[in-house]
Design a protein around this ligand. Structure first.
Ligand SMILES: [Zn+2]
Length: 665
């Protein structure tokens, strides 16, 4: 098509379809007009196709067309939305064949540079004849004219430059197209009104956007010289914020039918428990808690406009070999956009957000989103929780309660969304639990951060012949059996849809009866816990409300019932008990901290025997005669030394490599 013909056709198109809008845009001082591509297609299919294939040439002609319509000299950008479906391309499928064409990509902003002025047009003066030469700037470095009409080729002086605002962002493929693989990324170049303050907040990290633009390439930055390898990026023409909600997951009428059937199933809670990491044996209470976490409570806005989170946070503290990490990894895949990170070695941006220097791609200071932001409105499993940096812990405090992450460094100031449920997993202070020390004293997570968790569970690796045998059989079945026993009750694919469906459509209200139930438990506990530190506060009250709401959501119920309240109370009791608080007695009961009865007196005696074994190990080596231990223990007032030793053997604190010989683990 001839350029003049294209410009004329566009001016005709605008006259017919966009006259009012262009007029209004000019009046309001807007610098762009948004055009529905489908209207252009209806107007002239050939022209529309020509635009898709040659945007670099056609968009400026379309802009000429706008000028003609109104007969003005002002530059007005033309931005196209509603491009044909087949132009939507997965980031990882972008190829050199797409270069120079209009494409549409969808992704979550992971990194973003500051908004910076860039030279758009530079005016140079020829040092020989004094002519002013205008050079449009498209490269990274300022480019002088190649030659003046007088023949001079060097010494051009910059006399004037026109600036435009620009921003680079990196977007990452959204979760629904990424199943387990590492998401691909692409750089997006935004300029002019796409960097306005309003658009800036919509293109900050954590936001999901749909970008229509021209795929371009530039040489990869290599020291000193141009690299042959090319970097591809999209020069954005139109940017549309995509609300991160649950509708992205396609739910067919058949899916919906299955979901409604599950929600009606009286055994649904057991089914959910049996669907979460079925290859991991037992842990029913924890799995129930996690199931409710996946469905989530309902966020509330209070009268004073403050927001109460609906997200449920759970902490698992456990011995190294308790399948904790495996469980966390599985859970992060059961919810759309869920992520798994490990506290060890995770950079600050890896978890929350950071402002970092990025000279390689974006240049200068860039804002980078971490897992909590990228999993906004979903879940992050944070393993090795105790190893996360102090600075990240501070950011977590904010994120877990107010559900945002604020950051201010260099010239970048931003508040990023982080409405994210946290499933944290940590190790005890000494690597593994000391069964004779209160669990509360064995956590290396600061108390203030600890209080952000709605439920906390301790996982022990204690020898128990009966359970051990079951675990063995379970592992065998998972690997070699017919799989019947370890098949999830609900397939992960359907479970994800079920969760998305419930989160999107169901917002249960608390009934008076259900609230009374929770209130009664809370007040009762508060009144019992008069002495000493009060382990139950309004935080637990709110936690139970959230859990009860989540329980109602499982049934897709509009109301929270007494049963939902009881389920929440049950989990709270389990959680309190595991951390050494007896909800029935209303007091801290360190004797029951590990879920079994060892009296304080026994504990003292076990300590004494442990000390003796340690002393003897130093003089006699690892293997110690049982007799010697018993003798010394009796000398130190442990009358029933034999009995205590037997208990220690049962508990796995020490073992007997051969009769009459004791060795400490
Ligand atoms: Zn000259």
């Amino acid at each position: 098509m001839e350029p003049r013909e294209v410009a004329e056709k566009f001016s005709e198109f605008f006259q017919e379809n966009y006259y009012e809008e262009i007029l209004k845009a000019l009046e309001e001082g807007k610098s762009s007009v948004s055009v529905d591509f489908s209207l252009l297609e209806k107007f002239d299919v050939e022209l529309a196709d020509y635009l898709l294939e040659n945007p670099e040439e056609v968009i400026p002609l379309a802009e000429e067309g706008v000028k003609k319509v109104l007969d003005v000299e002002r530059d007005v950008r033309v931005r196209f939305f509603n491009l044909p479906e087949e132009r939507n391309i997965r980031i990882r499928n972008l190829r050199s064949e797409h270069i120079g064409k209009l494409v549409v990509v969808d992704g979550i902003v992971k990194r973003a540079s500051e908004v910076r002025p860039e030279v758009k047009e530079a005016v140079f003066m020829c040092p020989v004849c004094g002519t002013h030469i205008v050079v449009e700037q498209t490269e990274r470095t300022l480019k002088p004219p190649a030659q003046c009409d007088c023949g001079n080729r060097k010494g051009f002086q910059l006399v004037e430059q026109k600036l435009l605002d620009t921003r680079w962002v990196v977007i990452e493929e959204p979760y629904e197209v990424v199943s387990g693989e590492r998401p691909s990324e692409i750089m997006v170049y935004l300029k002019e009104d796409l960097t306005s303050p309003r658009m800036q907040s919509k293109t900050d990290p954590g936001n999901r956007i749909k970008v229509a633009g021209i795929l371009k390439s530039m040489p990869r930055k290599a020291k000193g010289s141009k690299s042959r390898q090319m970097e591809i990026y999209i020069e954005a023409n139109y940017v549309e914020p995509v609300e991160i909600e649950w509708e992205e997951l396609e739910i067919t009428p058949e899916d919906e039918e299955k979901i409604l059937e599950l929600a009606r199933d009286p055994g649904i809670y057991e089914k959910l428990v049996a669907s979460i990491a079925p290859s991991i044996y037992g842990l029913e209470d924890i799995k129930l808690a996690i199931a409710l976490q996946l469905f989530g409570g309902v966020p509330h806005v209070q009268k004073d406009k403050s927001r109460v989170r609906g997200d449920i946070h759970i902490l698992l503290v456990g011995d190294p070999s308790t399948a904790k990490s495996a469980l966390m990894k599985v859970v992060s895949t059961l919810i759309p956009r869920g992520r798994y990170v490990s506290g060890k070695g995770v950079t600050m941006a890896g978890l929350t957000a950071a402002v970092v220097r990025d000279e390689e791609f974006l240049g200068g200071w860039v804002l980078e989103a971490g897992a909590l932001v990228l999993s906004n409105k979903s879940l992050v499993a944070i393993d090795e929780f105790e190893k996360i940096e102090k600075t990240d812990q501070v950011a977590l405090h904010e994120a877990m309660e107010s559900q945002t992450i604020s950051i201010a460094k260099a010239s970048i100031v931003a508040t990023l969304p982080a409405q994210t449920s946290v499933l944290a997993g940590g190790n005890p202070k000494l690597g593994r639990f000391d069964p004779y020390m209160p669990v509360r004293d064995q956590l290396s997570v600061p108390e203030t951060l600890l209080s952000r968790f709605d439920l906390k569970f301790a996982l022990y690796d204690k020898p128990n012949p009966e359970v051990d045998e079951k675990i063995c059989d379970h592992i065998f079945n998972a690997r070699h059996g017919d799989g019947g026993e370890v098949k999830p009750a609900i397939e992960p694919e359907l479970l994800r849809k079920y969760i998305a469906y419930a989160r999107k459509n169901c917002f249960p209200r608390m009934t008076k009866e259900a609230f009374e139930e929770i209130k009664k438990f809370y007040l009762d506990l508060r009144s019992k816990a008069e002495e000493g530190p009060i382990p139950i506060t309004t935080r637990q009250l709110e936690a139970m409300i959230r859990l009860a709401e989540a329980s109602a959501r499982v049934r897709l119920s509009d109301v929270v019932t007494v049963e939902d309240a009881q389920r929440a109370i049950y989990l709270m009791k389990v959680s309190l008990r595991q951390f050494g608080f007896d909800p029935d007695l209303g007091k801290l009961d360190i004797d029951r901290a590990e879920g079994q009865k060892v009296t304080a007196a026994q504990r003292g005696k076990i300590r004494t025997v442990c000390e003796i074994i340690d002393e003897l190990t130093q003089t006699l080596g690892k293997q110690i005669p049982e007799e010697e231990v018993v003798k010394r223990a009796k000398e130190r007032g442990v009358e029933n030394a034999e009995e205590i030793l037997r208990k220690m053997l049962n508990e796995g604190i020490c073992f007997s490599p051969k009769p009459g010989v004791i060795e400490k683990l």
